[in-house]
Design a protein around this ligand. Structure first.
Ligand code: FAD
Length: 320
């Protein structure tokens, strides 16, 4: 099988998901090619090569500095025509999903997004993905003809840490860099907190925090743990925090090692976004709250007592 993984970068830093894609491709075996697009992609291509990215195609052009659907899709489509992969793998992040649906449309292949596992049945790839908000787990195989485009949920595979590869400085038709859209500036809405989709620890707040003035209490707990801050839709809709933090069916799908839910009831639309977290801790004053059905550890009590006490303990523990 010929696999093309698409590594995405921001500000010349590769996402951790890029190395997870390499590991997923290596698990499947076959011929691995990795593409990295940037204003100057060489250094990042070298990192990918040193971690098993196989043949790493470095495509450098000022137009590729910031992510742009149109230019990225044109460049990768040209690489697909040149290298004819059977499988094209990308991250199931906002940019990854936008890019891959465009690529599947342009290149006439099958598409599966948000895969949680990849397996070979003979030489046929089977992709497992949650459907209908996580209530059904689907196994999909592509039809013959055209590459299979798959986005992989972050944190399902570990990052590739070592391996070998070679960097190939790739040039593509200059028409690829022409775009009707120009990205002039991008600003991080989340005010500098960690990226939810890639975070190892997330502490999320729900309506149990009572008001916007208490968001900070939960953010302090997140800060003490080196965690990203998340939110239920109830507090986003109420305007207590921004949509960028929302976890769930209409927000982000996350898969951290530890997910702490503070004052969140556990509605199905929230659970579908976080139920694959490795360890779930819930803090809720209602012992019958549905969140406790999926929590590994539950603390029944008032978050206004528990959260500051945990923050204090974690801060003290990390100072020791
Ligand atoms: C189409 C659709 C899409 C949706 N998408 C999403 C989505 O992406 N994400 C999402 O989160 N929701 C989503 N929802 C909304 C979802 O159905 C719930 O309404 C929402 O998740 C509830 O948020 P919550 O748990 O914060 O609030 P609530 O359900 O009001 O729960 C608050 C919890 O706080 C507890 N509590 C109260 N006071 C305290 C205290 N002092 N200490 C400790 N605990 C306390 C309560 O016991 C309660 O369990 C969607 C709904 C629809 C219809």
């Amino acid at each position: 099988m010929k696999i093309l993984t698409v590594a995405l970068q921001k500000d010349n830093k590769l996402s951790s998901a890029s190395f997870e894609l390499v590991e997923a491709a290596r698990t499947l075996g076959g011929e691995i090619t990795t593409a990295v697009l940037a204003a100057d992609a060489t250094a990042m291509a070298e990192q990918l090569a040193a971690r098993g990215g196989g043949r790493v195609l470095a495509v450098s052009n000022p137009a590729l500095g910031a992510y742009n659907d149109e230019t990225y899709a044109k460049v990768i489509s040209e690489l697909i025509s040149k290298y004819s992969p059977d499988l094209v793998l990308g991250p199931a992040t906002f940019y990854g999903k936008a890019l891959f649906s465009r690529l599947a449309g342009r290149n006439g292949g099958c598409m599966a997004s948000d895969a949680t596992s990849l397996a070979l049945d003979g030489d046929r790839l089977t992709v497992t993905r949650p459907s209908y908000g996580g209530s059904v787990i689907t196994n999909l195989a592509a039809n013959d003809g055209g590459p299979f485009f798959v986005t992989l949920r972050p944190k399902v595979y570990p990052e590739a840490t070592e391996g070998s590869g070679e960097v190939v400085k790739e040039s593509v038709d200059t028409a690829c860099f022409e775009s009707r859209t120009v990205v002039r500036e991008s600003k991080v809405e989340s005010g500098g907190t960690l990226n939810l989709a890639e975070a190892d620890i997330i502490v999320s707040a729900g309506r149990g925090i009572k008001g916007p003035e208490n968001v900070q209490l939960v953010k302090e707990l997140a800060g003490a743990l080196g965690a990203a801050f998340g939110a239920s839709r109830a507090i986003v809709d109420a305007g207590w925090t921004q949509y960028a933090y929302q976890v769930g069916q209409t927000g982000k799908t996350v898969n951290p090692k530890l997910y702490m839910a503070v004052g969140i009831s556990g509605a199905i639309q929230h659970l579908v976004g976080m139920q694959t977290s490795k360890t779930i801790v819930a803090i809720n004053k209602d012992k019958d709250a549905p969140i406790f059905n999926i929590a590994n550890y539950g603390i029944v009590g008032d978050m206004f007592e528990i959260v500051p006490a945990l923050t204090k303990k974690f801060k003290a523990a990390l100072q020791d």
